[in-house]
Design a protein around this ligand. Sequence first.
Ligand SMILES: Cc1ncc(C[n+]2csc(CCOP(=O)(O)OP(=O)(O)O)c2C)c(N)n1
Ligand SMILES: [Mg+2]
Length: 661
Amino acid sequence: MDTKELEAVYRSMLRIRRFDEGVADLFKEGLVKGTAHSYVGQEAVAAGACAALKLEDFVVSHHRGHGHCIAKGASLAKMMAELMGRATGYCKGLGGSMHIADLDLNILGANGIVGAGIGIGSGAALSNKLRGTDAVGVVFFGDGACNEGIFHECLNVASVWKLGVVYLCENNQYALSTSMKDSTSIDRFSKRAAGYSMPGVTVDGNDVLAVHAAVEEAVARARKGEGPSFIEALTYRYGDHSMRANLPRYRTDDEVGEWRKLDAIARFEDKLQKEHGFKREALDRVRAEVEAELAAAKEFAVASPEPTLADLDDAVYAPHYQPAEPKPAASRELSFAEAIKEALAQEMERDARVFVLGEDVGKIGGIFAATRGLIEQFGGDRVRDTPISEGAISACAVGAAITGMRPVAEVQIFDFITLMMDMIVNQSAKFRFMLGGKPTVPLVIRGPQGGGIRLAAQHSQSLEAWFTHVPGLVVLGPSSPYEAKGLLTSAMREDNPVIFLEHKLLYVGKKALVPEEPYAIPIGKAAIKRHGRDVTLVATMAMVESAMQAATRLESDGIDVEVIDPRTLRPLDEDTIIKSVKKTSRLVIAHEGWKRWGFGAEVSAMVAEKAIDWLDAPILRVGARDSPMPYNDKLERLVIPSPDDIVEAVKAVVLRDKIEA
Ligand SMILES: Cc1ncc(C[n+]2csc(CCOP(=O)(O)OP(=O)(O)O)c2C)c(N)n1
Ligand SMILES: [Mg+2]
């Protein structure tokens, strides 16, 4: 490094230390609220690492993240404003200390979930590879994160795919109160790198030039396309786990004292003077400049306005995709799987950012054949077989989506979504919000769900209610090949994360008419599948067919049923349902998910709130029995609602005396 670069690294370390010392004071004063995790003691790691990066290279941070942002060039004023919850902060005051990001500087965000950044950074590196840039990235995480499953899944996949990423473990010896020796089966995390066929080194994390040299070497390897590296930087935090923490002591004074003797800034000042010809006055000048910058940052933050409820509401969803093209005529019959594949193929043709990843989606085209043949057309980069690593699949989708790609991740059977929940619920659904409503997260998680083909309790669930409950997610559930193609096309053009539910019975069901040209079905728009006077029947996915059968049978009893398929479960087309209920004065909701606490409960409550005066009968729900799915086929048929169950419910609300009885 030349003198200018050395001074910049020194300034970076001072900016971090003085910022976090300032934050600690402001926390005591009550101006910084909630909590914040001080980076004081670890400055050499962020400063040394970021000095080896270019602007286009990314960093992914973690809960103790102020240092990473500052070292990558973040504005102290905008950070301070964020910590004070102000509208001028990096996240408009919606994110706070644990979510600061600046996508313009390729700071992809801190994180409140330990280990999550390892996944997001791996996805960002995949995105770089797919976009053909030579940008690389550093993922920072603590020793605690090394014992999360996502660590192992992602290091493996990054090595298999030769991703340009540096995994930088800041081993500050403790994860909250738990020391490494009490939690970890080896003495050096860097030894684990061998298990993932990547170089692994341990460096003195309080020696900024040692960190810099190690990261520079790893970055060079990444940039050459040789794959990921692992660096363990040994360091220590001076303060407690967080500013809020008021914990019984778990570290000795001696231990803290020993580490303070190794203080990174004091050692670097010494080195600059003894080995690089810096004068004390030069160092003092930098200190004074940092003090002035910090004072201005505080002043800016204190004087800044707070965000409003309108800022909050605007941040939850990006505007939904609005199809512009005319609806083409249906020309030939396709199966459900063929309709999905056609949507994927046409959109991948149209938009180079779309790619598909998942277990067995490439060579064999998925176990339900929804991606069959795509690899021949688009190649293995864009139709990417993954290890059985649902955490890594979903994480790579999130990381790619926030860095310019439009991933479509297949979950082989929807029950395995439990292993993707962090990335869906905590990351994708909240990323835009936590960052103040600016970024978009265009990703689709799709796959087969539901019962009816004897796959028992862990391969048959209907889990839509888990996702409809979460602000930030879009939930789509097609009921036919026509809807599958049109809704999936919209999903891939949508700027919000989409959960796309493909009922298994539709895969084994009839072929149906589907237009050959691309078309998109608007998100949030229900379809009235059958017009009727006497009762509104809202049915979803495979239950739409059962509802239509029930309606035909009820016709012969003189009951005229209006069948509504919401198609989009969230955001729900409330107007179409309310309008229908105001006409029919009766409502039955049929879905395959459990009746208790399900999608139908929300529809029912919504109608009760908005149209109770129009109702002539109680609202009835038809849903799965309150049990897991049994293997025995007769029992399975009893658990899943049948057309008979729907007929019975409709009769009960139309012929009131039955209910009374
Ligand atoms: C998945 C998850 N588990 C637990 C927590 C609570 N928690 C936050 S930070 C932390 C310790 C993390 O230790 P480490 O990764 O070593 O980072 P450090 O705090 O030492 O910088 C814990 C237990 C969390 N936020 N996320
Ligand atoms: Mg730690």
